[in-house]
Structure formats: structure tokens, C-alpha cells
Write a protein of this length. Structure first.
Length: 277
């Protein structure tokens, strides 16, 4: 019959995080009579301890802590050669050195000193006079006012844009709408007979590029003007590899806008007698 033992009947562990096996290794270390064997065993145990816990960037400081923990588990009753000063019970009870904290107080303390440091590092890096972050912050710190007359209408519009962005579900919500717009345009243009430049798996839901039909009746300027008369604006192509035009699917546009665009394009194709099938 196997005799079971329980932790409740065993001695307490000096450092529970290392587990009972490491503590039993330390007990074996203390029982070795030969000092050379003890040194080998101690170094092996410290190496194992180092593989268990996260190491600090400062290797010397990390080794100092590991050897201090080894002596702690041995109740400081250990005769081995360790790097640096031999840990003692008294040295463990010494309070750690006090850290010097910066005394500088930031007016906007809730942003933290790091934010202030980043702004100061931006000094002299801006290529715009009116959008210089450091100069604007510096002016606010000095006189609590905008460096130039504040563009209140722009700030109000930006604030409203942020609210609408959050209401729509942030980046994920807006990407969903843009992706749906893109799919409607791609599927609808394909049904009319137009060919995308990029396959669907490479097409981003921003602006879709279509090849111009190889038809004698198709002239981009006439096509563009006819759509403009219906209050729809498209983009000319910017490629040298193919004659193209582009349709955007971002901004304040939804599914109804995409469907209206397709209806207008289909009417223009018919009116200009462009055969692209």
C-alpha cells in the first residue's frame, strides 16, 4: 500500500513559487560534505531557478537575487562560494534604497510626464506653421489661449465626426459599411458589364478601379459629363498600365447611394449607346 503524504503535514516552503522539489534540492545541497560538490550543486540549482523565473536585463542584479533566494531557502546555513557578497539574514532585512521621483509638476497631470516629454520632443519637427503641436502646446502653457485664432467651425466639425464615428461602431462599424458599399458597386458594375482592375480578394473598400470598355462609343469625358448632370461624380484613372476610371465607396455614403449610382451609370450607358456586354 502506497503511503500518501500531504502538504499539511510537511514543512512550510521558504519560497513557495519555486515548489517543493527545488527546496528538496537545497536540503540535499546542505547535506553534501565536500565543498567542491556543494559549489557544483549550488550553481546547478541557481541555473534551474533562473529558468523558472523571468530574468532581468541586468544579469548581475539577476544573479544576485537568485543567490539571495538560494540562501534564504537554506535558512542562511550554507557554506558555498557565490559571486559577489555572501547573502546574510541581516542584509535581507535591510529596506530597499529609496527611488528618486521627479518633482516636476505638470499642469495636465492626468496625461502623465511621458506625454509631456513626447510633446517636447516634437519641438522643431513640424513642417507646418499653423499645425505645430509643440508651439501650440507652448502657447497654451503660457497664456491659456490658442496660438492663432481658433478654427472653431473646424473643431466643431471634428468633434461631430468623432461622435458619429463612435455611434457607428468605431473602425469595425465603419469598415462594415464601406465593405458593403464596395460589394454593391462591384456586383452591380459587373452586372452592367464593367470589369474591375483588381480581383475581389485584393480590392480594398475605399475606391474601386474599373477598366474602360473597349467600345468605340465610350469616351470617358462624355461618360463623366453625363453622370455629372445626374449629380454623380466619379474619378478619372491614374494608371499607365490600363485606361481606367474609379468610383469611391467611402464617406457619408450608404447602400441607397450605391444603388442610385448604379442606376445612373446604367442609364448613361444606355443613353450613350455603349455596348460593353
Amino acid at each position: 500500500m502506497v503511503e500518501m503524504t500531504y502538504n499539511s503535514t510537511r514543512s512550510d516552503l521558504a519560497i513557495p513559487e519555486y515548489g517543493r522539489t527545488i527546496h528538496e534540492m537545497v536540503d540535499h545541497l546542505k547535506s553534501l560534505a565536500d565543498k567542491d560538490e556543494r559549489n557544483k550543486c549550488a550553481n546547478a540549482i541557481v541555473s534551474i531557478m533562473g529558468s523558472i523565473v523571468a530574468q532581468e536585463v541586468d544579469k548581475e542584479e539577476s544573479q544576485k537575487k537568485l543567490w539571495g533566494q538560494l540562501f534564504l531557502m537554506a535558512d542562511y546555513d550554507l557554506d558555498v562560494d557565490c559571486p559577489g557578497e555572501t547573502p546574510t539574514r541581516e542584509s535581507r532585512s535591510e529596506p530597499p534604497a529609496r527611488l528618486d521621483y521627479p518633482n516636476a509638476q505638470s499642469r495636465l497631470g492626468h496625461y502623465g510626464q511621458m506625454t509631456r516629454d513626447l510633446i517636447e520632443k516634437a519641438k522643431g519637427n513640424c513642417h507646418s506653421l499653423s499645425l505645430d503641436l509643440y508651439d501650440q502646446w507652448s502657447a497654451m502653457e503660457k497664456n491659456k489661449q490658442w496660438r492663432f485664432t481658433p478654427p472653431t467651425h473646424v473643431l466643431a466639425a471634428f468633434n461631430q465626426a468623432i461622435k458619429e464615428h463612435e455611434k457607428e461602431g468605431g473602425i469595425q462599424g465603419r469598415h462594415k459599411r464601406y465593405s458593403n458599399n464596395c460589394k454593391i458597386i462591384c456586383d452591380g458594375m459587373k452586372a452592367i458589364g464593367f470589369e474591375q482592375l483588381l480581383p475581389n480578394e485584393l480590392q480594398a473598400p475605399i475606391i474601386i478601379t474599373f477598366k474602360q470598355p473597349q467600345n468605340a462609343n465610350f469616351d470617358f469625358q462624355n461618360f463623366y459629363n453625363a453622370l455629372s448632370e445626374k449629380n454623380f461624380l466619379i474619378y478619372p484613372g491614374k494608371l499607365t498600365v490600363a485606361d481606367t476610371f474609379r468610383i469611391g465607396c467611402i464617406g457619408n455614403l450608404d447602400e441607397d447611394d450605391m444603388q442610385d449610382t448604379l442606376v445612373a451609370i446604367k442609364e448613361v450607358v444606355q443613353n450613350l449607346n455603349i455596348n460593353i456586354n
